[in-house]
Design a protein around this ligand. Sequence first.
Ligand code: UN1
Length: 500
Amino acid sequence: MTAVQILADLGLHAADLQKGTLAVTSPIDGAVIARLPEDDAASVDAKIARAQKAFDSWRLVPAPKRGELVRLLGEELRARKEALGRLVTLECGKILQEGLGEVQEMIDICDFAVGLSRQLYGLTIASERPGHRMTETWHPLGPVGIISAFNFPVAVWSWNAALALVCGDSLIWKPSEKTPLTALACQKLLARAMARFGDAPEGLSELLIGGAEVGEQLLDDPRVPLISATGSTAMGRAVAPRVARRFGRTILELGGNNAIIVTPSADLDMAVRAILFGAVGTAGQRCTTTRRLFVHDSVYDSLLPRLKAAYDKVCIGNPLDEDTLVGPLIDKAAFEAMEAALDRARSIGGRIVGGGRVSVEGCDEGYYVRPAIVELDAPDANVMEETFAPILYVMRCTSLDDAIRRHNAVPQGLSSAIFTTDLREAERFLSAAGSDCGIANVNIGTSGAEIGGAFGGEKETGGGRESGSDAWKAYMRRQTATVNYSTDLPLAQGIVFDAP
Ligand code: UN1
């Protein structure tokens, strides 16, 4: 499939995609694959107004009927999984299996949201007053602003979009300026679903194309009660106070610094595979990528050679080739950040294998790298910052307490894992005194979370939760209602307040 065919299959005509100012580059070979027109302040304003108008009618559509639109979106995604997966690969450089996996995640969240559309349950609460009934109801919230990152250009949108749509909200999506094409494609697929649905209001989903100013306008607009933003911690630090200033709400999915602990009883075959996928998958550009490894002294010298041997066999290359496991980094800046991190590691005595640029035939302008393992020997070694690249820092630990303490001693708190066959160790890791992350796994790596659970993390990861469980509640407003069906007017707290 050529790029033109992929786009055509998704309802995008290549000729229409060359008329703007925003150049879209494929990280595979650095080729400019599109030039898109960008939004300006006036068009952003108009789109927010349309989304607000759409919300006014969408909120009145019964939730199970709203679910029907999401069911149709799921069908569109199933029908075009291959094309959209390939476009993800073309635009963000992840390998095709991962591009397809991302679309599968979209399909799964649509299914989840369809079921949810009949389960937006509230509560009935016992009232302290006779003849009174108290309830808690969830109502649609308003237009939801979705700011997504380049590394999961479509799945993270769908986690937000599928939930927000069944919750009765409209959508305003500002994708990364590095991956606007996949956003256009999703918008087309949703438009198809809306056409089949029949009476979905125009403006139910608006797309904003452009750079930071476009995003900032969305952050500042009081018509948008919720901003769900995925990106770096630095980005979140700018977004959160800005939205808070107008008392808007945020769901923040920011940086991770995820670690795996390997204990003496671990199944090392499983551990090696999980570490490899977690650390080098998506070229280390997942927020759930494994970045730190704490290995118990007693297994360190058997694990490390096996891990290095597995790294040696990893095929680095064009992400469209079937054998490739590691595709390119997103751009030159990502490569430079990786090099700088490795320089820092070297300067503190880290022993490094891997790193450096790899040349891939026909892809001279792509930034392909050899995934790196950095062994840090100091007894209390740790790494505090996230570098969005395939660097795995490996550290020895002497006990589970030592490992958990260092595991938690970083500012981020997204994903974590332990490899152990000892029930006591596993349970300690999952206990209140164990991992402090939003996601904690036993005998599973840190990346590749399922959509059914709430996704997100603590501390500088931002605290937001998306996707499964009851994450939907963030997309609705809660209303406590008390109805008095008696003929008296008893006051709460037993207060007597009668006019004489
Ligand atoms: C992200 O990297 O922004 O668990 C999200 C995972 C994916 C989502 C990652 N389901 O790795």
